[in-house]
Design a protein around this ligand. Structure first.
Ligand code: DNO
Ligand code: MN
Length: 362
């Protein structure tokens, strides 16, 4: 397992590369050009600027998250071909700086969705929270406005300029069903995967977060059967998944340990974090520790260890601790603590399996 850490770029993140390099076992950053609109080709000079900064800190940039997909691709509009061509050019450029994995998602209009970015916890920390009843009753416009007012930095997927397009986007998705989304994903994969293979870059889709339909919009990357279907849409070792335990774990029916075992050959990148799901369907993002939430983080690490996982791993969101003022979910402290928990489990499982092997040989 190779540990990496998400970094939003110079001037766009409260965490610095000098801090990241001091977290034990972190070898690279998970990055993107967050100021390039979805659908545009990424400019080489900006890519090289990130490379220079990462090189200086001794961190690699093999994992990109995300090269976002233009809505016209998800909608299957004729204009998609222009954006797909741009995507291919971006893949070729990223290969030049050593990128090996591109994470992306196929969620209509919204990326991850929460109702509170700084929900107060009993210990004084704050965390990302999803209140089911609120989502079911709120106007999406009001939610986007609230999110932007509460967030200190603009978050990917929630850019204020998107607000003006929201009405048009909702209209465009009228009548777009899950089956349309599957068809449009297949078209995208058939175009992109051969190019990714040529450049030895794995395309790793991120699950939908939360893994169910919101505001009547279709969502398809929601559980084990659907991931199986997605990987079979274009059957190639380059058509992969970013297995995110927190996103999938918001639905307690999802058995993530079983997914690790089934999809291991198609998981070049994993996000590991915990959530606590309540009986009414609300969920809160907790510390990474198994006992603090409802996701079996111990079992997940054990499964990766048993499978000899050699891909990239990052802690996902964290709580906001010790008065840290940061991008929601992306502070330094809780993610660094999360990494040490993941390493602790990994090292312990590895040691015990080594001892078992030695005992067999003795
Ligand atoms: C949620 C996060 C997401 C993710 C994007 C990937 O679990 O990891 O924000 O970064 O959806 O495209
Ligand atoms: Mn994730």
């Amino acid at each position: 397992m190779k540990m990496v850490f998400r970094w939003f770029g110079e001037g766009n993140d409260t965490v610095t590369l000098d801090q990241i390099r001091q977290i034990p076992g972190v070898e690279g950053i998970v990055w993107a050009l967050h100021d390039v609109p979805a659908g545009d080709e990424w400019p080489m000079d900006k890519i090289l600027a990130v490379k220079a900064a990462a090189d200086k800190a001794g961190l690699h940039l093999k994992v990109v998250e995300s090269v976002n997909i233009h809505e016209d691709i998800k909608l299957g509009l004729p204009s998609r071909d222009v954006y797909i061509e741009n995507y291919k050019k971006t893949i070729a450029k990223l290969a030049q700086v050593g990128v090996k994995v591109i994470c992306y998602n196929f969620m209509p209009i919204f990326d991850w969705l929460r109702t509170d970015l700084f929900k107060e916890m009993s210990d004084g920390s704050t965390a990302l929270f999803y209140e089911k009843a609120k989502i079911e009753n709120i106007d999406p416009f009001d939610l986007v406005k609230q999110i932007n007012e509460n967030s200190k930095l603009t978050m990917p997927g929630w850019e204020p300029e998107r607000l003006q397009y929201l009405t048009r986007l909702f209209e465009a998705y009228q009548g777009v069903t899950e089956e349309h989304l599957w068809e449009n994903a297949r078209y995208f994969l058939n175009e992109i995967i051969p190019v990714a293979a040529e450049h030895d870059i794995k395309m790793a889709i991120h699950p939908d977060d939360p893994p169910w339909s919101i505001f009547g919009l279709p969502r398809i990357i929601t559980g084990q059967a659907n991931i199986r279907r997605y990987l079979a849409l274009h059957n190639s070792p380059y058509n992969c998944i970013t297995l995110c335990s927190g996103s999938l774990g918001a639905n307690p029916d999802n058995d993530i340990v079983s997914m690790v075992h089934e999809f291991i050959d198609r998981i070049p990148f994993t996000h590991i974090r915990n959530v606590r799901v309540y009986e009414n369907g609300d969920f809160i993002e907790t510390s990474h520790r198994t006992q603090d939430g409802t996701v079996d983080i111990e079992g997940i690490i054990q499964a990766y260890q048993e499978e000899g996982f050699t891909g990239f791993c990052r802690p996902d969101h964290g709580r906001h601790l010790w008065g840290e003022s940061c991008r929601p979910g992306y502070g330094l402290y809780d993610r660094a603590l999360g990494i040490m928990y993941l390493w602790g489990l990994w090292d312990a499982y590895e040691r015990s399996s080594r001892k078992e092997q030695e005992a067999v040989l003795a």
